[in-house]
Design a binder for this molecule. Structure first.
Ligand code: GDD
Ligand code: MG
Length: 354
């Protein structure tokens, strides 16, 4: 059985003022269709797993938002008492599955990404599932376009066929590679390392999607992180708060992927974006004839290539180019889109003020 595990406990602030600690990015509707990133993430897996095999792992305080947005399309919402990053969140789901269905395949997905062409996405996931059945830990690789320091990097090794066997150069002339073995994995490298990775052309970005067999994962993970798994194995509805207080914050990439062997990577041929800035929002969502991505009660005149968004007052924008104008009930952001990375300065300012 294929289980989709959607991680939904992050607290992004890069899309301030729309995203807040109490209302992270995954819950935002950014396009004209009024669906949130979480809702789109769930729509995307409709052919991959049955609703009864779709689980969300979220953090306390967000469970109501989750349930409200996903309704019957998900069968279970696991609630962590505190966010401890992705390794404990994945372990919590994996342990439940160990008890219920250890032979199952876990497809672990983020809730806050934008993916175009769902067909190619499905094909990539099906390829990954086939390799997971051969006990590979499968990652999905994205062709990098700049030396990002906020992603994980996958060093590609040898070409593999759909069953995970190494393709000889002769064979490779006949069948294209489905995947690659992974030589190394580096989570969030320094700028210098990222630049070097890009130059060698041997690295892909990690899309933050993982596919593996539950039992294979639990065995390998228990070996590498016995503290996390022995704590998770003890959890029940009464003691989970106490237990989480003892678990260290750890991302799956560092706690597991960097340290394990038998990792494979399926290169993606779909457009992927982590929607980490307002300029990314424009790239990911429907644009009008003037290249604007707009939503809410607005008037836009002679304005090009901009993001105009309001959930608060009526907004009018005239004669602008390449800007973001974002309004909510209690805050307004105006900036050139080229400076989208600087939103964090506002957050720092507000944190100092409070
Ligand atoms: N339940 C739960 N609990 N979910 C969490 C937690 C947590 O404590 N922390 C994060 N998440 C969710 C987020 O909501 C998001 O959907 C997903 O897990 C990934 O977490 P991020 O915090 O966004 O990770 P990242 O962007 O820094 O890095 C990861 O994703 C990159 C691609 O976007 C890594 O896997 C990188 O290697 C990868 O390149
Ligand atoms: Mg992220």
């Amino acid at each position: 059985d294929i289980y989709s595990i959607i991680l939904c406990g992050g607290s992004g602030t890069r899309l301030w003022p729309l995203s807040r600690k109490s209302f992270p990015k995954q819950f935002l509707s950014l396009g004209a269709n009024n669906k949130s990133l979480l809702q789109l993430s769930i729509e995307r897996i409709k052919n991959i797993s049955h609703p009864k095999n779709r689980w969300i792992v979220t953090a306390k305080g967000q469970e109501e938002l989750c349930s409200k947005q996903v309704g019957q399309n998900v069968s279970r919402v696991l609630v962590e008492p505190e966010a401890r990053n992705t390794a404990p969140a994945i372990a919590l789901a994996a342990w439940q599955l160990m008890k219920e269905n250890p032979e199952s395949i876990m497809v672990i997905l983020s809730s806050d990404h934008s993916i175009q062409n769902v067909r190619s996405f499905e094909q990539t996931i099906y390829d990954a599932i086939k390799l997971a059945e051969q006990n590979f830990f499968v990652t999905i690789g994205i062709q990098p376009t700049y030396p990002a320091t906020g992603f994980g990097y996958i060093e590609q090794g040898l070409p593999l066929d759909s069953e995970g066997s190494i393709l000889s150069p002769q064979k490779l002339a006949e069948v294209p590679a489905t995947a690659y073995s992974v030589r190394s994995f580096r989570e969030k490298p320094t700028q210098t390392a990222a630049e070097q990775f890009l130059r060698t052309q041997k690295y892909l970005w990690n899309a933050g999607i993982f596919v593996w067999k539950t039992k294979t994962f639990w065995n390998a993970f228990s070996h590498i992180q016995p503290e996390i798994t022995s704590l998770i194995e003890k959890t029940n509805s009464e003691n989970i708060g106490e237990i989480y207080a003892q678990i260290e914050n750890s991302p799956i990439d560092i706690a597991f992927i960097e340290q394990t062997s038998h990792v494979a990577c399926v290169p993606a041929n779909f457009d992927w974006n982590d929607v980490g800035s307002w300029s990314a929002v424009r790239e990911c969502f429907e644009q009008d004839n003037n290249g604007n991505t707009v939503s809410g009660d607005i008037f836009v005149h002679e304005t090009k290539n901009s993001v105009i968004h309001t959930t608060g007052p009526f907004v009018s924008v005239i004669g602008m180019e390449n800007v973001a104008v974002i309004a909510t009930n209690d805050a307004v952001l105006v900036m050139p889109l080229s400076r989208s990375q600087e939103v964090k300065k506002t957050i720092q300012h507000l944190e100092l003020k409070n």
